[in-house]
Write a protein that binds this ligand. Structure first.
Ligand SMILES: Nc1ncnc2c1ncn2[C@@H]1O[C@H](COP(=O)(O)OP(=O)(O)OP(=O)(O)O)[C@@H](O)[C@H]1O
Ligand SMILES: [Mg+2]
Length: 395
């Protein structure tokens, strides 16, 4: 019950629930297909960069969460990263560090996830297999493979794994911090790891490729990174903004050249982000052209699908279906009967919402907030004239 209470509270506040997005999901048939295709392509060793485009409150964060839930349930590693003022996508090493610090994975032991947990789990399984010599061989072959990407990375990783196996927690923590992109590591600590530099803007992409390869070797289907609120890039200083767009372009190019196999990136942004000529994607022609070329589906582009997935507006049927789900939960928690046909309720919510917004501006967020406001009111005051009238009309 507490869980359902939390769900309704999230909707009251206009945000997405923290779990069970798949159960609440209504409509968006085409978008769900695109999501399934995106996940599958990554799992087959492909690489994709895609974008969700939808106005405020249209369900972008919700779709990203849906995508994450589906991907996690299919054994992918997911990193959800909100773009905010402190982190603007303008530095590749910053992006890398953010990805490494936001990793999620579904582990059988249900202990939550992080870079360290992924490894603990892997090493525990190797140890449990009872055959440490096979396990050691498998570790060395992984490390050897990674040497091609960046030798510091593979060295530190080897140190990390050895420290883990030997229960040397301090050394393991230092190595994990280096791998996750710690920029402020002392010379002494780096010496312990036998490396000189850190993850920086020159090597970040290679190290990330190595990481994706590693995850794949460890049995995960792929790595999916989501970036929410891309429109915030528009608010940044022009030089920072252009660097961010340059990095997006680089991701698209690396992905198109097959350098980021088993990895997918997905951004969510408002229409302004895609259309604003002064500060949006259109202000950086090299990026805009790439997205544009993909839209035209030129023959040398492997993925012929549009990179930008538009979030379609909800139909009346979608709003009705969503209302059914929400009302059911609201009744369960409140222990009452609506006593009013749901269609009437949908019409009332639509009418009330239209007082708040301009024509055509109805979004799922506005609708849900209004619906819950009215349901709360009805539960406590079933005899208000408006509800009485609805009941009378339905008799
Ligand atoms: N397909 C859907 N089915 C059911 N509920 C949805 C769906 N899409 C969105 N919602 C709900 O609508 C509300 C707004 O969605 P969300 O926060 O994802 O919008 P957004 O596009 O990210 O908005 P913003 O641009 O302001 O960040 C949330 O409460 C969410 O749970
Ligand atoms: Mg959002």
């Amino acid at each position: 019950m507490k869980h359902k209470d939390q769900l309704l509270n999230a909707l009251r506040m206009g945000v997405i629930p923290s779990s069970d997005v798949q159960t609440l999901m209504v409509g968006k048939r085409k978008e769900k297909e695109e999501v399934a295709n995106f996940i599958q392509t990554v799992g087959r060793g492909g690489s994709q960069v895609r974008f969700f485009n939808g106005p405020y409150g249209s369900g972008k964060t919700f779709m990203l969460k849906y995508l994450s839930e589906v991907a996690l349930s299919q054994n992918y590693i997911v990193a959800n990263i909100p773009i905010h003022s402190g982190f603007g996508f303008s530095k590749l090493d910053g992006i890398y560090t953010n990805v490494m610090n936001h990793l999620s994975v579904r582990l059988d032991d249900g202990k939550g996830s992080s870079f360290e947990r992924i490894f603990d789990y892997w090493i525990d399984n190797l140890k449990a297999s009872g055959n440490m010599s096979d396990a050691t061989r498998s570790i060395y072959s992984v490390i050897k493979d990674l040497n091609d990407y960046n030798s510091s990375f593979s060295n530190v990783l080897l140190t990390y794994i050895r420290a883990k196996i030997n229960n040397d927690f301090d050394l393991a923590n230092t190595a994990a911090a280096w791998i996750k992109g710690d920029q402020n590591m002392s010379y002494q600590l780096k010496k312990q790891l036998k490396v000189k530099g850190s993850v920086d803007k020159e090597n970040a992409l290679d190290i990330f490729k190595g990481f994706v390869r590693l995850m794949h070797l460890m049995g995960y289907k792929g790595v999916i990174v989501t970036f929410d609120e891309a429109e915030l890039i528009m608010q940044q200083r022009v030089d920072i903004r252009l660097k961010a767009y340059g990095n997006m372009r680089q991701l698209i190019d690396s992905s198109g050249m097959g350098e980021l196999d088993y990895c997918g990136f997905i951004f969510a942004g408002t229409p302004e982000f895609f259309e604003n000529e002064e500060k949006g994607v259109k202000s950086y022609q090299a990026l805009y052209q790439r997205i544009g070329e993909l839209i035209k589906g030129s023959a040398d582009v492997v993925n012929m699908r549009q990179p930008v997935i538009e979030l379609k507006k909800f139909t009346k049927e979608d709003y009705t279906e969503l209302s059914h789900k929400v009302i059911k939960i609201h009744q369960e928690i409140g222990g009452y009967e609506l006593g009013v046909p749901i269609e009437y309720m949908v019409n009332l919510v639509m009418l009330e919402s239209s007082k708040l917004i301009k024509e055509d501006g109805l979004t799922i967020r506005i609708y849900l907030k209004k619906l819950l406001e009215l349901l709360d009111l009805l539960k406590d005051n079933p005899d208000l004239p408006i509800f009485k009238a609805m009941r009378r009309r339905s008799d």
